[in-house]
Design a protein around this ligand. Structure first.
Ligand code: HEM
Length: 106
């Protein structure tokens, strides 16, 4: 999918995760976020389109998505341990990672 589609999938599934009330729904939303984040790694942001694949900015963009994926995994681990409230608290870091990276790459 194109980057915009992946970003809207991240937003939609973050919202669904936040509203989820059971392990199964929570994990489904986090899985969809992880899929979208991985798919976004196939794209280059509009702002960076003229840069080489190994440009420090393009590499930084990839690293931002890797940080997001690592945080999604951390959140999913808490869900699997039946700690949905703690998972939702942990997931606030996803928005911090979003904001940091939007500032740089959007
Ligand atoms: C929970 C995490 C995230 C959510 C919910 C999210 C959501 C969105 C949404 C809704 C848009 C399109 C509307 C707008 O411009 O505001 C967008 C655009 C964008 N996001 Fe994210 N985002 C997230 C994380 C990230 C991360 C980690 C990165 C980079 C490492 C990133 C990079 C971008 C870029 C570059 C655009 C502009 C599209 C383009 O250049 O083609 N986002 N994001």
């Amino acid at each position: 999918a194109d980057l915009d589609t992946d970003m809207w999938a991240l937003a939609k599934n973050y919202k669904a995760f936040h509203k989820s009330e059971n392990t199964s729904d929570a994990l489904k939303s986090l899985d969809a976020m992880k899929f979208a984040a991985n798919d976004a790694k196939q794209s280059v942001p509009n702002k960076l389109k003229s840069l080489a694949k190994d440009d420090v900015q393009v590499v930084g963009y990839q690293a931002g998505l890797d940080a997001l994926i690592a945080e999604i995994d951390k959140t999913a681990t808490l869900v699997q341990a039946n700690q949905l409230d703690q998972a939702k608290n942990e997931a606030k870091n996803l928005l911090t990672i979003r904001d940091e990276n939007h500032k740089k790459f959007k």
